[in-house]
Every structure is written in structure tokens, then in C-alpha cells.
Design a protein around this ligand. Structure first.
Ligand SMILES: *[C@@H]1O[C@H](CO)[C@@H](O)[C@H](O)[C@H]1NC(C)=O
Ligand SMILES: *[C@@H]1O[C@H](CO)[C@@H](O)[C@H](O)[C@H]1NC(C)=O
Ligand SMILES: *[C@@H]1O[C@H](CO)[C@@H](O)[C@H](O)[C@H]1NC(C)=O
Ligand SMILES: CC(=O)N[C@H]1CO[C@H](CO)[C@@H](O)[C@@H]1O
Length: 411
């Protein structure tokens, strides 16, 4: 979370326009991959059809032929809902007042649609290596001791992350004996916070080093203690493992959904967590990241003593990963992270002791303070869900200017 708030409003505006660029770019990339050719074909054809019927025919409205964009969308939706029972030609004729249709265009649309359905059936979702020998992730967290008002929330987290066992190892860093006992009873490993600054806040790098020494897994990750995950976390990580060589330095991060007062029922199952994010949640600011997952080879020795729970470490670490040429992936769209928002709101890290600790440390060490290049709009890779429901990745070709890495960087 960045200290300066004025950046926020301007960046959000930038982000919106850039996201359109990346979506377009994503479609181009989509066409490149074999799996998605049919998907891409459908998109292109639907869009072409929409443009054709919607715009080309609009001038003829006064004559006997009318078909608005909405009519075409209604017709296409109905056709898909009816699963082909009514012919596409008739569906369109029903929704629009048209006397003749280009049968070649209708044939093309049917063709790509059938191809796409065939593709989805031929490549079922279980291409994910759910049977990986190794545990896919060691996930750890920490929260300040003595925040008794948040005890229920943290217990929610402990219980709900436990549902990922044994695919994921769970670790809590705490000096609080009540939290320790609660977590241990649910299969977690607990370590004391030995390396800390700013009134007890643990150093991120040291926690990574501790879990990497004690566990074998494909990935290692930290997430804030008020974040709940859905089961698409495993799918996303498995897909990343399949797509990117395990030897690459991989760094995964994303935005969270803020959900006010998550009820026990909403937290009760992993699919519920996904549903609550999509129905009641709002995506948080682009300069706030809540989880950081890295491959084994990530060079943590290049990271200073930044602490969690205080502003600036999140953006700095993402910027750093990008600028040392790690493969950085924004998984916001396929790895659902729900923030359980309480009365304290969404900016707690500003209210704790020594909020400027990280920024001061970076200043003191004369490291680049390029926080903007760690915004969630900057990672070169972004995950998305294909029409078949699989998870794939595209490369963002056009990044906002603020994403640029400084010329001289620590090495
Ligand atoms: C936690 O306990 C250890 C001793 O077991 C101590 O060295 C460390 O400073 C404590 N951490 C915090 C955050 O108080
Ligand atoms: C991790 O795996 C390696 C090789 O398989 C093994 O030598 C090492 O002891 C394991 N470490 C832990 C903490 O289990
Ligand atoms: C990262 O890659 C860019 C472009 O290939 C290169 O110019 C830069 O020196 C690399 N940076 C590091 C730290 O390796
Ligand atoms: C899957 C899982 O363990 N869900 C739990 C999430 O937290 C609530 C509230 O503590 C529990 O009731 C669920 O069982």
C-alpha cells in the first residue's frame, strides 16, 4: 500500500484505459495458442456479427430491416441457451426484423462454435497436474499479537486455509500462545517471530527463508492473515507450474476482493468464498497486493529487511521482482482472494506503529523507490480463464509508463 494517496486517483484512471489495451492485446495472444483458437474465432465472429448487424444495418432502420446491437446479443444468447435447438438463422430473425441474412456468416459462426465445444470436450479441465508429487505450496502468514477484536477473523483464516491441506503446508508466525495452539490443533506449523522491527512486525524475507529451509514445495507464499482463498488457488498454481518452467524465477501476486463482514456461512466452503467475492466483493486498489508467491529459486537474498503489515513493502517487492527479470504474474482474475473487511476498514497498515518503516529503510539503503512499477497493472503476465474454464496466461505488451524499471538497479 503506497503512502501517497494522490497517486491513487490518477493511477486508477490510467489503469482503466490501459486495461482496455491489454484486453485487446490478450485477444491477439489468445489467437496464437492452439487451445484457444476456437475461442478466439468465436469472439472475433461474434464481434464481427455484432458490428455487422448492429452498425451496418442501423442506417436501414427506416426501411423494413432493423436489428440493434442488443437484438443481436439477445439472439446469440438465446441460441446458446437453447443449445442449438432453434437454428441460428431463426433465432436472429425472431429477435430482429430482417428479411434476409448472409447464410455464409451464419455458417461461419456455427462452425467456430462447434469447434470450440469440441475443443472444450477434447481437453477436459483435468489437464492440471493435480497429481504433482510435491506439495504445491507452503503458505504462511502472521498478524500482530493481541488484536483480540480480530480473533474471530483470524480463526476463520486458520480454519479455512486448513481446507487446502495436504496440498498446501500451512505456517503461522506468532508469539501468541492462544493463536499458536489454535493453529497447531488444525495441522499448522508455528514459528516464533524472531526477526522483527517497527514494534514487532516480522521481516518478510526471513519468514520466506525459514519456510524454505523447513518445507519442500513447488512454491512458497505469504498472504495477509485476513485473506480467504478459494480452490482456484491450486488450479492457478498448477497451471503456472505447467506453463512456466519450474526453474524460472516466478513471482505471483494479485489484487483482493474486499468483502464487508464475511459470514461464517460464506466462509464455510471454498466455492462459497469464490461466490461471495464475485457477488458482494469489490476489487481493491491497484497499488495494494495481499499475497506474494515465489518459486524456490527466487533470490530472497537481494531483498532488504522489509516488514509485513506496514505500507510500501508490497509494491517494492513486486517492482523488485519485475526489475530483476523474474517472471511476474498477476493472478487477480483466477486466484480469488477475499479480504474480510471489518470496522477498521481497508487501510489498517497506516494506523500501526511506525508506518513509514519500510519507506525509511529503502531510503536509508539508497534503493530505488519505484513503488509504481510494483502496481498490479505492471506484471508482464496475467492469468485468465478460457471459455472452456481452463486457466491460461497472456503477456501484457503495453505497460503504463510508470511500470518502467529505473536504469540503475541493485544487483
Ligand atoms: C518472540 O519470542 C522470541 C523469543 O522466543 C523473541 O526473541 C522475539 O523477540 C519475540 N518476538 C516478538 C515480535 O515479540
Ligand atoms: C527436501 O528435499 C530434498 C531432496 O529431495 C531433501 O534432501 C531435503 O532434506 C528436503 N528438505 C526438507 C525440509 O524436507
Ligand atoms: C532484464 O532484462 C532486460 C532486457 O532483456 C535487460 O536490459 C536488463 O539488464 C535485465 N536486468 C537484470 C537485472 O538482469
Ligand atoms: C472449509 C472450511 O474449513 N470452512 C470453515 C471456514 O470458517 C468457518 C467459520 O469459522 C467455518 O464454519 C467453516 O467450516
Amino acid at each position: 500500500m503506497l503512502l501517497t494517496t494522490y497517486v491513487q486517483s490518477t493511477m486508477v484512471r490510467d489503469h482503466q484505459s490501459y486495461d482496455k489495451v491489454s484486453v485487446k492485446k490478450g485477444m491477439t495472444d489468445l489467437c496464437g495458442s492452439l487451445v484457444s483458437q476456437a475461442t478466439c474465432g468465436i469472439f472475433t465472429l461474434v464481434i464481427l456479427n455484432v458490428i455487422f448487424y448492429g452498425i451496418y444495418w442501423r442506417p436501414m432502420r427506416n426501411k423494413d430491416q432493423t436489428c440493434s446491437m442488443n437484438d443481436v446479443l439477445v439472439a446469440a444468447t438465446k441460441y446458446l441457451q437453447e443449445n442449438g435447438e432453434i437454428s441460428l438463422e431463426n433465432t436472429i430473425k425472431e429477435a430482429c426484423t430482417v428479411s434476409s441474412l448472409d447464410t455464409n456468416k451464419i455458417r461461419d459462426l456455427k462452425y467456430v462454435l462447434e469447434n470450440s465445444i469440441y475443443e472444450c470436450n477434447a481437453k477436459p479441465l483435468n489437464y492440471f497436474p493435480r497429481h504433482l508429487d510435491e506439495t504445491i505450496l507452503t503458505l504462511f502468514t502472521s498478524w500482530p499479537s493481541g488484536e483480540r477484536d480480530k480473533e474471530g477473523l483470524h480463526q476463520n483464516t486458520i480454519i479455512n486455509w486448513s481446507a487446502f491441506q495436504p496440498r498446501i503446508n500451512l505456517v503461522l508466525f506468532t508469539n501468541d500462545s492462544r493463536d499458536e495452539q489454535f493453529a497447531k490443533e488444525r495441522g499448522w506449523t508455528v514459528y516464533t517471530i524472531v526477526h522483527h522491527f517497527a514494534g514487532g512486525a516480522p521481516v518478510l524475507r526471513t519468514m520466506f527463508e525459514t519456510v524454505m529451509k523447513n518445507f519442500n514445495s513447488t512454491f512458497y507464499g505469504y498472504a495477509n492473515g485476513d485473506i480467504l482463498f478459494a480452490d482456484n488457488m491450486i488450479d492457478t498454481l498448477s497451471s503456472i507450474y505447467t506453463k512456466f518452467s519450474a526453474k524460472e524465477d516466478i513471482f505471483i501476486t494479485g489484487r483482493r476482493y474486499n468483502v464487508d463482514h464475511v459470514s461464517p456461512k460464506e466462509a464455510a466452503s471454498l466455492p462459497n468464498v469464490h461466490t461471495v467475492a464475485k457477488t458482494r466483493g469489490a476489487l481493491f486498489e491497484i497499488h495494494s497486493e495481499d499475497y506474494f508467491i515465489a518459486s524456490k529459486s527466487f533470490p530472497w537474498d537481494t531483498v532488504p529487511d522489509l516488514v509485513v503489515g506496514r505500507p510500501a513493502y508490497d509494491n517494492w517487492i513486486v517492482a523488485h521482482a519485475r526489475c530483476i527479470n523474474a517472471t511476474v504474474i498477476d493472478t487477480t482474475d483466477t486466484l480469488t482472494a477475499v479480504h474480510q473487511t471489518t470496522e477498521k476498514g481497508n487501510k489498517e497498515s497506516l494506523k500501526r506503529a511506525t508506518p513509514a518503516f519500510n519507506d525509511n529503510l529503502i531510503l536509508k539503503l539508497k534503493l530505488p523507490r519505484n513503488y509504481e512499477s510494483g502496481f498490479i497493472t505492471c506484471p508482464e503476465w496475467k492469468s485468465y480463464e478460457t471459455l472452456c474454464g481452463a486457466i491460461d496466461f497472456y503477456r501484457r505488451e503495453h505497460l503504463p509508463d510508470y511500470c518502467q524499471c529505473p536504469k540503475s538497479k541493485l544487483s
